[in-house]
Design a protein around this ligand. Sequence first.
Ligand code: SF4
Ligand code: SF4
Ligand code: SF4
Length: 272
Amino acid sequence: MNTKVKHWLEDETIDIFLGYKIVDGHPLPHCFTKERIEELEDLIVGQARYSLEKIATHITTVNPDIKIGMLARDCNQRALNVLFIWNQLNPENIETININCCPSNLKEHGDCSYLEPETAGVYKKQVGVDNNLQPEDVEKHDQPQRLTRWMYEFQKCIKCYGCRNICPVCFCTECSLEHKELVDPGTLPPEIPIFHLVRAVHMAGRCIDCGLCEDACPVDIPLRLLYRKVNEIVVNVFDYQTGASAQQSPFNILGDTVTLEPKPLESVETQN
Ligand code: SF4
Ligand code: SF4
Ligand code: SF4
């Protein structure tokens, strides 16, 4: 891998490479360059996982023509597909080295072993009651019970914006979560459930289920579950699998390019 990156930098296939290196014992994202090519000896994969594509998006905002190489797990690739569709990155300027870490695929990416403490052996922080829930666990409860549980979870929020800041597909220059007519910026904790529902709506057809928001949340709100529920509706109604392809655009899904019959809303009205 390091040799390939070295060649890419030397023959100018790419200008920079986004990977990881150990800093003070921790694997951190790092930008490798031709000028400091000796640093490639420190390039690692390990268990590091970060939205490198988010860094690429920021760099591209400043330098639209820069050619970027990056490590890409399955979730990174799904995020890249969304960013290509939303014109945040140009696929012609991105090279990836595949480092898939888990057996998940686009239809079953809920299986990501990296995120499952039982299989990965990773300690998952817990605040209050166990919230390591699967969608089927939620279905066992009626709507009032689900509302009570979600409100319990939301009231823990300290409005740190960690979920938005880590999210590879939260790229808006003006974020609704800081728009005073939607979410009062002076209120802490944030108004619930509006703060979380605004973001949940935005994640419909956009969230690629990487789970980084949930990892980042200091109070352990099951955010990944919330966005999975939102995206169930997108799949059921539009048959749109977010991040599965850089070709299938949510903007023409009902237009001429893709002809899909939307399923009746009744089929999802009992879900939340
Ligand atoms: S799981 Fe969270 S961080 Fe990942 S894409 Fe969805 S909302 Fe963003
Ligand atoms: S929360 Fe919504 S408005 Fe804010 S960056 Fe994410 S998608 Fe954009
Ligand atoms: S990361 Fe958690 S605590 Fe921070 S704003 Fe998001 S939901 Fe709230």
